[in-house]
Design a protein around this ligand. Structure first.
Ligand SMILES: Cc1cc2nc3c(=O)[nH]c(=O)nc-3n(C[C@H](O)[C@H](O)[C@H](O)COP(=O)(O)OP(=O)(O)OC[C@H]3O[C@@H](n4cnc5c(N)ncnc54)[C@H](O)[C@@H]3O)c2cc1C
Length: 386
């Protein structure tokens, strides 16, 4: 039976992030959210705390910690605000991690110090207008090798962190060869921000995550050096599958945080708000909602701890990552709905964070693989061709 208690180091980190999120993010993030403004100053403070470098070795400017530490930090950030949490998640899990896992020494030395410090952000461009869940088969972005340069043409949609003032690099998945067994040869190419032929759209107008940066990317005869290939040519599919397996654990942690934030706010409110002569938490319908919400958080947390600890132990964790993502994103969505109900009319007001949680929860069942995709992955691990 694995031991799910946090050791002293992980607990100290969790507590530090909890306090920072409560004291420095919670009081101000609502106004960034309403203005759809990226919170540069908060990101810089998180960078100085080392939160972008938790999972990377010190030689690249990281903190020498592990991916579980990254997940714990995301849970505590998600408990207060998801725009900030997804900015860290995407920068680390999708931006920096593929470079660390698959990059050459030169690529790691060039990009990781900036990304680990949080002074620069990375992004991962996979999804396209024609397909997200089935992006490999639908891959329309093409890169052709000519005169020792990759020439990239195509469009990516919904890319997190791609257009901030501090974005330094986007890892772009592109078709680099003909179709074989239903999908093209896919490779990942690092495209520095500001490269000629690479442009980012205006920020999307989104339902939630309003203080985070999400853009459409266009590549029009965009040329980068042949050396910008990440890892081996043709390994792009395997790279993004591995990246997303890990990323799902991180999204599960963020989702657990949002679900816990709903419990925190609702328990406090249900103890204060009175109706029919008693605090509303004394009415069984509300008390049972709170109980269900606490049970969902507990289950979600155990699921992501389990997936993360298997990952760190070098064990297969694909099924557990998909289960954690499925369970935790459902918990976030259900808890956000219940918390908003507990707050009554105030739940619909921007003055309270539960309305923001409600708007932020839905994407957790969609991004980095929808809930249907998670079920397909779990079913495949059970031996069915789903
Ligand atoms: C705010 C935001 C940030 C994002 N950030 C990034 C990012 O940084 N990088 C990046 O590359 N992408 C990013 N994405 C994209 C995201 O990962 C995709 O939206 C997601 O994977 C779903 O793809 P899709 O939108 O094309 O939906 P589709 O794949 O078109 O799916 C539509 C629906 O059909 C269902 N479906 C599809 N196939 C099946 C099937 N075989 N069986 C049952 N149901 C099926 C899906 O579950 C879904 O409900 C982001 C998206 C958003 C909204």
């Amino acid at each position: 039976m694995p031991d799910y208690r946090l050791d002293a180091e992980h607990e100290a980190l969790r507590k530090t992030v909890e306090e920072f999120a409560r004291d420095a993010i919670a009081p101000v993030i609502g106004s960034f959210y309403e203005r759809c403004e990226f919170p540069y100053d908060i990101v810089a403070q998180l960078g100085r705390m080392g939160l972008f470098g938790l999972a990377f070795p010190e030689e690249y400017g990281g903190m020498g910690g592990d991916y579980f530490a990254h997940c714990l930090a995301l849970e505590e950030l998600g408990r207060v605000d998801s725009s900030v949490a997804i900015t860290v998640e995407a920068a680390v899990s999708l931006g920096a991690m593929p470079i660390y896992r698959f990059g050459t020494d030169a690529q790691k030395n060039q990009w990781l110090p900036g990304l680990c410090s949080g002074e620069r952000l990375g992004a991962f461009g996979l999804t396209e207008p024609g397909g997200g869940s089935d992006v490999a088969a639908a891959m329309a972005t093409k890169a052709v090798l000519a005169d020792d340069e990759w020439v990239i043409n195509g469009t990516k949609v919904f890319i997190t962190n791609a257009g901030t003032d501090i974005t330094s690099v986007v890892a772009v998945a592109a078709a680099t060869g003909p179709l074989d067994q239903g999908r093209p040869e896919i490779s990942t190419i690092l495209v520095p921000a500001g490269t000629d032929g690479f442009s980012v759209s205006k920020k999307y107008s989104k339902v939630g995550w309003s203080a985070s940066d999400t853009r459409e990317l266009s590549f029009s005869d965009c040329r980068v050096s042949a050396d910008n290939l990440l890892g081996e040519r043709g390994r792009g599919y395997a790279q993004f599958i591995a990246t997303l397996d890990e990323g799902r654990v991180a999204i599960a942690a963020l989702s657990t945080g949002l679900a816990q934030g709903c419990v925190d706010e609702s328990v406090r409110y249900a103890g204060e708000r009175r109706a029919f002569g008693a605090p509303i938490g004394e009415h069984q319908a509300i008390a049972f909602k709170l109980a269900d919400m606490a049970a969902r958080v507990h289950t979600a947390r155990l699921a992501y701890y389990d997936a993360a600890l298997r990952m760190l132990a070098g064990q297969r964790f694909k099924k557990e990552a998909a289960i954690a993502k499925l369970v935790a994103s459902n918990a976030a969505m259900d808890n956000a709905r219940d918390a908003t109900q507990i707050f009554g009319g105030y739940g619909f007001m921007n003055e309270f964070p539960v309305g923001r949680f409600y708007r932020d929860a839905k994407i957790l069942e969609i991004g980095e693989g929808t809930s249907e995709v998670q079920r397909m992955l779990i079913a495949r691990e059970l031996g069915f061709r789903a």
